[in-house]
Design a protein around this ligand. Structure first.
Ligand code: AMP
Ligand code: ZN
Length: 665
């Protein structure tokens, strides 16, 4: 087979699998097989840059960086929708329309109103050419590079699509993926995101598209805009979009009357709680596009469409007590303990109050009857107080001044919404929290030891920090609750085996604030061993690619602490890995130390990602744009002429792929 055909057939096959998996939710190949084929395609494409295609499935992994999002004027304005809240509202709307349309029989299409970030995507000759955010409705930001990484957005259409059109829809972050992202953030000592909608729209504006590629975003489409599309109704629009490869939810209904519309609304008002993503209403549209044309727009919204807003499910209940939780990093979260109530299908007993400001804003007090709502957030929130029910002797809430666990005075720094207990080494939940993080799966992955056992061991005074784990004996562990001969043995053995865990994971396990898995890897690679890292200054840390001031100062602070230094010294004597392995070191040199290198274009023998890895493992830093600090520009095929001009004007050395690989040989 010709190379060209081989590449085309692989692309076609991978596109089909992507569509089955991400749009139809019906996998037709194993993840492993998919990866093998994708790698095969990547290798072929790297060898044949002349066959580059901007809609190849290999571009899904991202890599492009957008420094400034360009403002783009929409081909057609993106309107708002009028809201309605009752059957009467809908009937009034119908009457207003009938006045314009006369006696014509109208049909309605009901769709769910997805709660995410609106997007308008332009396709030309079946290829995705541009994706623009809603912005102010007239113009938005060009986020094409990021949208291309969303797997359910087709890069290449199939079927009888028109040569040019825009399609509009909503980018959403399904609950499950959102919860997972938050679990990871909490693990890394970061604040969790508030809700899926804001996180989805924030994701579109990330500069690094490979970070976007890792977020489990989805894109649901509902409207096609263009001349000569051959489409005559909203219902046909949904069907056609599905045929061309777009993800158009099956939940939609063609209705003959507002009563049928209300039946759909009522069904989904409760049914929506079983959907994987957030919805906040139903959008009702007049089916015939000819009718839509006759009705036209007001200054803000189409006359032919109406949003029917679901009432956010709300209940009222009694707030018994406000308690305070202390996290692994010392952050304090106030929690409302409620008289249990049923809300959106689940029993709610507790709600987060977030921080002191939140309590003050609503003037929430113990003994109050409060309104609880389930919005986009997973955890229900308190949205107000029923002041008519406030007891006579009610007192304003005094936010705690001291840690509920260790009684240390709390601190709150400028610009931080939370209070912190800074007694990091004497506060019980912080001590056990750190040990629990240390043993967790992505850190030291200690088999035979779980979170509850950590708490027991701490309570029995057998451990006070993670170094103590390594001196535990079977005899000490055996008397603990629910311990048996075998489980005690497993625990001690699990701890002993963890000394093989590689340096980068040990670094992550230490629980340095803001040092998550990826940062730990970066630091391990940059400094190679713990001594070098412990000696590093903030300036030197910031010079490492992607390490910012916040991380740098946290790292310095951690290693300046005597307790931490002592614990690390002990861990060393127990044999933990505190430097990169021989093998890791072998692939490392200092050849490019101190040099910032920008790569641009398409390469022949290595992929762009490989090239970046080569730079980093040789001590260099990958730059994202050309500046006077850039040492080299590695220029591949198809590099934009403006880059070359800029490099030349700043006297940046331009090298070819071959010359560069020679440098690091
Ligand atoms: P609003 O911003 O409240 O005026 O509502 C209008 C927005 O609803 C549009 O810009 C869309 O982003 C969004 N929307 C969500 N689902 C749909 C849908 N099925 N049809 C039309 N618009 C929708
Ligand atoms: Zn404390």
């Amino acid at each position: 087979m010709q190379i060209k055909e081989q590449i085309e057939s692989l692309r076609q096959e991978l596109r089909e699998h992507n569509h089955n998996y991400y749009v139809l939710d019906n996998a037709t190949i194993s993840d492993y097989e998919f990866d093998v084929k994708l790698k095969e395609l990547q290798t072929l494409e790297a060898k044949h840059p002349e066959l580059y295609d901007a809609s190849s499935p290999t571009l899904r992994v991202g890599g492009g960086v957008t420094k400034n999002f360009e403002t783009v004027v929409h081909n057609e304005r993106m309107y708002s929708l009028d809201n309605s809240y009752s059957k009467e509202d809908l009937e009034d709307w119908e009457k207003r329309m009938q006045r314009i349309l006369g006696d014509a029989q109208v049909e309605f299409v009901c769709e769910l109103k997805y709660d995410g970030a609106s997007i308008s995507i332009t396709y030309e000759d079946g290829k995705l050419v541009r994706a623009v955010t809603r912005g102010d409705g007239f113009q938005g930001d060009d986020v094409t590079t990021n949208v291309k990484t969303i797997k359910s957005v087709p890069l290449q259409l199939k079927g009888d699509y028109p040569p040019k059109f825009d399609i509009r829809g909503e980018i959403v972050l399904p609950f499950e993926g959102f919860a997972q992202m938050n679990a990871e953030r909490v693990e890394n000592g970061e604040e969790p995101y508030m809700n899926p909608r804001n996180t989805a729209s924030g994701s579109l504006k990330l500069q690094d598209s490979s970070a976007v590629a890792q977020r489990p975003l989805d894109c649901l489409l509902y409207s096609i805009i263009g001349k000569d599309t051959g489409i005559s109704s909203q219902w046909q629009m949904l069907e056609k979009a599905r045929e061309w490869g777009f993800k158009v939810p099956e939940v939609a209904k063609l209705c003959k009357s507002t009563s049928e519309v209300m039946a759909f609304v009522n069904e989904w008002d409760s049914g929506r709680h079983n959907l994987p993503y957030e919805t906040d209403g139903v959008v009702v549209k007049i089916n015939s596009l000819q009718h839509q044309d006759e009705l036209g727009f007001t200054s803000k919204s189409p006359r032919w469409a109406m949003a029917y807003k679901f009432k956010a499910e709300q209940v009222s209940t009694l707030l018994n007590e406000i308690t305070y939780q202390v996290g692994r990093t010392g952050s304090i979260t106030p929690v409302a303990n409620l008289v249990p109530v049923l809300l959106a299908g689940t029993t709610v007993k507790r709600a987060s109050l977030h921080n002191a400001d939140q309590i003050a804003k609503f003037d929430i007090r113990e003994g109050d009857t409060v309104f609880v709502e389930k919005g986009g957030e997973i955890i229900p929130k308190i949205v107000g107080v029923d002041f008519t029910k406030r007891p006579q002797d009610s007192e304003p809430t005094q936010y705690i001044t001291h840690c509920p666990e260790c009684h240390e005075e709390l601190v709150r720094t400028e610009g931080d919404a939370k209070h912190y207990c800074v007694n990091f080494y004497g506060c019980p939940p912080q001590i056990t929290g750190r040990i629990q993080h240390f043993i967790s799966r992505k850190a030291m992955d200690i088999e035979g030891l779980g979170s509850e056992t950590v708490e027991l061991l701490y309570k029995e005074n057998l451990i006070n920090n993670y170094a103590d784990l390594y001196t535990l004996t079977k005899e000490q562990v055996l008397p603990l609750e629910r311990m048996a001969e075998k489980s005690a043995e497993n625990l001690v053995q699990g701890v002993a085996e963890s000394v093989k865990i590689p340096f980068e994971r040990v670094l992550f396990a230490l629980g340095i604030r803001f040092v998550g898995e990826t940062v730990a890897k970066k630091l391990a690679r940059a400094y190679k061993n713990i001594d070098a890292l412990m000696a590093a200054s903030e300036e030197s840390l910031i010079a490492v690619d992607e390490i910012g001031g916040r991380i740098a100062s946290s790292v310095v602070e951690f290693f300046n602490n005597d307790t931490n230094r002592e614990i690390i010294a002990r861990l060393k004597t127990y044999g933990l890995q505190f430097s990169l392995s021989e093998e890791q070191l072998e692939n490392q040199t200092d050849t490019l130390k101190g040099l910032t290198i920008v790569v641009s274009g398409v390469f022949e023998t290595v992929s762009r990602d490989e090239l970046k890895k080569i730079i980093e493992s040789n001590g260099g830093k990958v730059g994202s744009s050309i500046s006077s600090k850039t040492a080299y520009l590695v220029a591949g095929d198809k590099m934009g002429p403006s880059k070359r001009t800029k490099a030349e004007s700043l006297n940046v050395l331009i090298v070819t792929e071959g010359e560069f690989l020679e440098m690091v040989k």
